[in-house]
Design a protein around this ligand. Structure first.
Ligand SMILES: [Zn+2]
Length: 521
């Protein structure tokens, strides 16, 4: 039931946003009611060019972390849309800055909105009615990071451009995003950004003679399940103890050859331990990123088999978030301050369901083009969060509510344990579905058809009695003597009481294997 209901929402949202997304967005941009006007404290906003003499993404230029921090603090003085906070110290003792970007009206109630996000995410002590009221009132929270792998310089640099556009934008969409969403922008590896940027600007290459995370080197994205690194601890504190963002976006580099960006949907198999809304929403938002890129004339955003990424690794920034019911988005994008090319590849020369809008080969591809793709993807995610603000918040509550319930009971296993009624229903289903297969197998393997009688009636009331009865029904029935059938570890076989018809059809069954059978203690 729950999956069906969620599927309806996901399908409706996908149809509305992907199918008619371009039209919908175009209409909103021209006819949507303008949001409350945003003001700045000082009037003039310092642009990146004024700050460093370069635009973000200029060829042969990388801003370092010191410049990032100084620039964000400058913007904080000039604008009431951005507020800078240190979320902790890095391994080398730097402050790890987080830019909180939202409307001044939202910022005035920031603690209140953070509390709403936290309460819905944990779902503790909330009724459905209370949750709906909080979702209607709250603001979507979106986390965007960059530069986790410091040699992937695009991640940190695109963060600079994104912040600048959100702070300086006067268009209706930017103002709507600021009104509906609280945006958390965080450089994921400050020490690495300083090291790599400084080395590049001094030597003109990325051949840094030491690793760019003080302890973990490149693999700082393997720490999120244990938080051994100070940067990971800082991030986890914000994501899982303070803000509980509904969406987190983790930028990486580089995209596959012959394309510009890999975005979700990821290849199968998805991790089916997550709440089913998580993979559904990942696919939905990934499709919206591609849709917006198509709308803006940006080809070369590929998905699924376009790259080998999945949701199975459980210890990364993005994948750990899934276990907190946060929709984690990963993109891998090409880009370098040294101009590069987009080569011809047979793989991406003709469009398919993993590459809706192939890109033609480019002899020269500038860093700024990759910055623009990254900003497009960020705005696609923020646009989704704005349009589906209330749904994101209430679904955060629903996922938490479901998982508290599921974690309190055996909701899937057919081993009679805590839910004997469910177990007995399951066993009856397995028996009835097993019957034709067993008949077919009789001549081939000498297996007698499964017994199809229902589980014995529960004579005594109470969960324990029912559990005992269901356990009895699940136990395999063995011949009293003689060799038995080969042990089948499959519990379904045990539950359906299939047994050999003839001693000659069975292989020897030693006492040691007997002890490991499902019926043995
Ligand atoms: Zn990476």
């Amino acid at each position: 039931m729950r999956t069906f209901r969620h599927s309806i929402f996901a399908a409706a949202a996908l149809a509305a946003v992907v199918g008619g997304g371009v039209l919908l967005r175009a209409q909103t941009r021209t006819t949507g009611a303008p949001a409350a006007p945003q003001s700045t404290a000082a009037g003039h906003l310092t642009s990146p060019k004024e700050a460093w003499g370069h635009n973000v993404g200029d060829d042969y230029f990388l801003a370092d972390y010191t410049q990032l921090g100084a620039y964000w603090h400058q913007l904080e003085k000039e604008s009431n849309r951005i507020h800078i906070k240190s979320i902790g110290k890095t391994a080398e003792g730097r402050d790890q800055w987080m830019a909180v970007i939202t409307s001044p009206q939202n910022y005035a109630k920031l603690d209140h909105y953070r509390d709403i996000s936290a309460r819905l995410s944990t779902a503790e002590g909330l009724t459905e009615a209370q949750a709906k009221a909080l979702a209607a009132e709250g603001k979507a929270v979106v986390w965007i990071d960059g530069g986790l792998h410091a040699s992937e310089t695009l991640g940190a640099q695109q963060l600079l451009e994104t912040v600048w556009q959100l702070v300086s934008g006067t268009d209706a969409e930017t103002q709507r995003l600021l009104n509906d969403v609280i945006i958390l922008c965080v450089p994921a590896n400050p020490d690495g950004m300083e090291l790599v940027s400084d080395w590049y600007m001094k030597h003109g290459n990325m051949n840094v003679p030491r690793l760019w995370n003080h302890y973990a080197g490149h693999d700082d994205n393997r720490d999120s399940f244990m938080n051994a690194l100070p940067e990971t601890t800082n991030v986890s504190n914000v994501m899982y103890r303070e803000w509980y963002p509904q969406i987190m976006y983790n930028h990486h580099q580089s995209g596959p050859q012959g394309a510009v960006m890999f975005a979700p949907p990821f290849r199968d198999p998805f991790n089916y331990f997550f709440h089913p809304e998580i993979p559904a929403d990942i696919d939905l938002i990934g499709s919206i990123i591609a849709t917006r890129a198509i709308e803006e004339g940006k080809p070369g955003v590929v998905n699924r088999k376009g790259q080998n990424y999945s949701t199975w690794w459980n210890g990364g920034f993005r994948t750990t978030a899934y276990f907190h019911n946060q929709i984690g988005i990963l993109t891998e994008t090409i880009g370098s301050p040294d101009p590069q090319s987009v080569p011809f590849t047979t793989r991406f020369s003709i469009g398919d369901s993993s590459d809706w809008y192939p890109i033609a080969p480019h002899e020269v591809w500038h860093y700024r083009q990759s910055i623009d793709y990254s900003v497009t993807a960020n705005k696609a995610v923020l646009d989704f969060a704005s349009r589906f603000r209330e749904q994101l918040l209430i679904r955060m509550y629903e996922m938490a509510r479901d998982e508290i319930k599921w974690g309190s009971e055996d909701h899937w296993t057919f081993t009679p344990h805590r839910r004997p009624e469910s177990a007995r229903r399951f066993i009856r289903t397995i028996r009835s579905s097993c019957r034709p297969r067993a008949r077919r197998s009789r001549t081939a393997a000498g297996i007698r058809p499964c017994r199809t009688t229902a589980a014995p009636p529960v004579r005594a009331a109470g969960a324990r009695a029912a559990a005992v009865a269901a356990a009895g029904a699940a136990a395999p029935v063995r011949p009293r003597s003689g060799p038995r059938s080969p042990p089948r570890s499959c519990a379904i076989r045990a539950a359906t009481s299939c047994r050999p018809t003839s001693p000659t059809s069975a292989a020897p069954w030693t006492s040691s294997t007997r002890s490991s059978s499902p019926a043995s203690p």
